[in-house]
Design a protein around this ligand. Sequence first.
Ligand code: BTN
Length: 352
Amino acid sequence: MNNITIPNNINELNTTKEKVLSLLKSNESIYVSGQDIADILFLTRAGVWKAIKSLRADGEIIEAVSNRGYRLNNEGIDIDASLIKTRLSANVPKHFKIYTYDEVTSTNDVVRVISNSEGIYDFIVISNSQTNGRGRRGRSFFSPKGTGIYFSMLLKPNFSFEDASLLTCLSAVALCDAITEVTDIEPSIKWVNDIFCQDKKVAGILTEANTSIEDGHLESVIIGIGINLIDPQNGFPSDIKNTATSLLNKGALPEDVKNRLCASFINHFYSYYNNMNEHTFIKKYIDLSFLIGKHIKINSFENTNDLTKKQGTAKDNYALVLGINEKCHLLVEYEDGHKASLKNGEVSVVEY
Ligand code: BTN
């Protein structure tokens, strides 16, 4: 047997999978042969292989080299799926899975690929960077390595397409809760899906719904979130440098912050999601929204309900925000006095 470190608590772990992972973690710099793993853990070679396969399905990156063995290769990935898992609360489904990556095109796209091939739901894909990060309205989302975190969850909600948009608001509240719990920073929400700190955006949410072509039934929802954690070394790109900032500003990334933020987000998310009908998150969403009482310019909107049954004028895109209703629609009063609720859209604050 090679010089293998055997963790002290290995016999206290419940499952074979946990034991194999713990053994590989304690020997990250070397390859551990399948036979050595089998001997240490009193397994058959087939049992070792089954555990390795299952760990890979959980997103662990395990290299296999013939005649040498297995090696956990989480190099460059400071996201630790097993650490996140140990921090999940009882609200999170037992079958919840975590996939971690160093670089992907877009975590929303990886979610789709996994969902198509494995047919599962209630899982998260977390990455250190994205080469093709997507924002709302066809924009790109700046997702460099080392300064942010990017993740997407897949859900199979049992409600209408109409209510799917509420998940964006629920996620915004869960994200604010997580940020405050982990960093003590109190962010605010810019309707609909932006998280702000010091008047600038630190995080964005992209919700994508998959509906059945036949009956329009909501089949699944992907919620993608990107957070700027620290300032990029060369600053933000010119198109967002006046509007974007990072949560922790300058300096190094505190250890474990990515794992803590992800775990906290998942926990808060499911605690609201499991009680979706109670709408507890809506009150919080309203409390955290900084647009209420502000004058805004409505840059675009997807659906509006004219509450005063009056036709708008050309100046209609300037309005005062009166509030947010129980469906998370923005209630506005236009300059000509007529009122409306906006279901979705993009607005900017106007300073007079
Ligand atoms: C926005 O601000 O317009 C929404 C940004 C959403 C970005 C996240 S990062 C993780 C997930 N993957 C993507 O490609 N986009 C979302």
